[in-house]
Design a protein around this ligand. Structure first.
Ligand code: ARG
Length: 457
């Protein structure tokens, strides 16, 4: 396609390093759409004839069908998707096909195709996040008042409700969704087509019409920026990386929760694996792989960022590597989402184990200190000290839950402590009391569930 001035063929390894067809064949739909918009515009501007345009449109439709059927003869000699489709078009329709590349370059062509692809993929990723949020919301509704330990430093801190814990992820994934959709909107802003190789073109093209036909807001106002920038992909990847970080944290918790040491949850058969040597095992492989994929997605962002940061304006072939990194990140993300949704929808929670763990470690000690402050006007630091002594007594007596320590023990430390105070130290009373807005109390959890349900409508 560009061999006019060359006498010899490229070295095999040259072709191997240069060809991108195995990766960028995924852009075929976008490439055909871009070419059809371009040819229609060329005809409307009188740059090519109406007959040539008609032949190009029909030829590209046939090629689209051919690719969709898996019958297209992809060729490495033709480097990439752009040259493959263009060569095939000329093979099918003859001379008209050779006029398609008037007033454009592969540089604006690939930037346009890849932007279109990224904007669609980002929208799909955003939709996928919404499906996950709905799955989490449903489980939160079913477990709005189930009690589990809340942790800081992975040390039992205070009892919380499982519904509250699950809703924390609904909130994180909402911010992720907004950011990922934002990347799609950003990509949709300016259309690179018509920037040509780097400087624009001398043909009287109409960039407004191609931008609009392809669903962009406007043509890009600077041709160097249009062909040389990939920050739309970087934005999408960085936002995917953040969302994957949240997926990974949830995956990490699933790994803990399903270990026999925690015993908080069991994965369904469809979302766990066995061991080839230990028959008793039920492994959370999908959760573990989600953790690993989050690392890869972040690494793909870092790799593309490093590629772009050394490039002088405008286009350089380094940019060809943008697609493999971006496609892989979106693929990993989509698969991670599917697996997470499957696990969340089908895992069973163990109410008794979670409740028991929530009471362990004297998790309601703060509630006693708060009672001393509220009812007896004890300064908080003093209340902390008194409670500490009571915890020590419980520990010495081998009593697992503060609520089970006899009242005499409380009164031995501070005679003002009443039976009513002691009754507040169950995990149920503890979560009920944390009823400030955004708190873990079941009624507050139900309030947030209703808010999410409303916003998902
Ligand atoms: N396959 C190339 C890419 O993905 C298309 C652009 C090639 N441009 C060029 N001047 N060689 O970046």
């Amino acid at each position: 396609m560009w061999g006019g001035r060359f006498a010899a063929q490229p070295d095999d390894a040259m072709q191997a390093i240069n060809a991108s067809i195995d990766v960028d064949k995924r852009l075929w739909r976008e490439d055909i759409e871009g070419s059809q918009a371009h040819a229609a515009m060329l005809a409307a501007q009188g740059i090519i004839s109406a007959e040539d345009n008609a032949a190009i449109q029909a030829g590209l439709d046939q090629i689209a069908a051919e690719i969709a059927e898996g019958a297209f003869p992809f060729s490495k000699e033709l480097e990439d998707i752009h040259l493959n489709i263009e060569a095939r078009l000329t093979q099918r329709i003859g001379e008209a096909g050779k006029r398609l590349h008037t007033g454009r370059s592969r540089n604006d062509q690939v930037a346009t195709d890849f932007k279109l692809w990224t904007m669609r993929a980002a929208r799909e990723a955003g939709d996928g996040l919404r499906v996950l949020q709905k799955a989490l919301l449903k489980r939160a509704e079913q477990h709005d008042e189930w009690i589990m330990p809340g942790f800081t430093h992975l040390q039992t801190a205070q009892p919380i409700t499982l519904g509250h814990h699950l809703l924390a992820y609904v909130a994180m994934f909402e911010r992720d969704r907004v950011r990922v959709i934002g990347a799609a909107l950003e990509a949709a802003w300016e259309c690179p087509l018509g920037a040509a190789a780097l400087a624009g073109t001398s043909y009287p093209i109409d960039r407004e019409s191609t931008a609009a036909a392809l669903g962009f807001h406007a043509p890009a106002g600077n041709s160097l920026d249009a062909v040389g920038s990939r920050d739309f992909a970087l934005a999408a990847l960085s936002n995917l990386a953040i969302a994957s970080t949240h997926l990974s944290r949830l995956a990490e918790e699933i790994v803990f929760w399903t270990s026999p040491q925690f015993g908080f949850a069991t994965l369904s058969d469809s979302w766990s694996t066995g061991s080839s040597i230990m028959p008793q095992k039920r492994n959370p492989d999908a959760a573990e792989l989600i953790r690993a994929k989050a690392a890869r997605i972040a690494a793909n962002f870092a790799a593309l960022n490093a590629i772009v940061q050394k490039l002088p304006l405008a286009y350089a072939k380094d940019l060809q590597e943008d697609k493999a990194l971006t496609f892989a990140a979106f693929d990993d993300f989509a698969l991670s989402l599917t697996a997470m949704i499957g696990m969340i929808e089908t895992m069973r929670f163990n109410r008794a184990a979670m409740r028991e763990a929530a009471a362990r470690g004297y998790s309601t000690a703060t509630d006693l200190a708060d009672w001393l402050v509220r009812e007896l006007k004890t300064p908080f630091r003093e209340a902390h000290e008194i409670t500490g002594k009571i915890v020590a007594r419980a520990e010495a007596a081998g009593v697992a839950e503060l609520a089970d320590l006899p009242l005499e023990d409380y009164q031995a430390v501070d005679p003002r402590i009443t039976a009513e105070a002691r009754a507040l130290l169950t995990v149920e009373k503890s979560v009920e009391s944390r009823d400030c807005y955004g708190g873990t109390a079941p009624q507050r959890v139900r309030e947030q569930i209703a808010r999410w349900q409303e916003s998902f409508k």
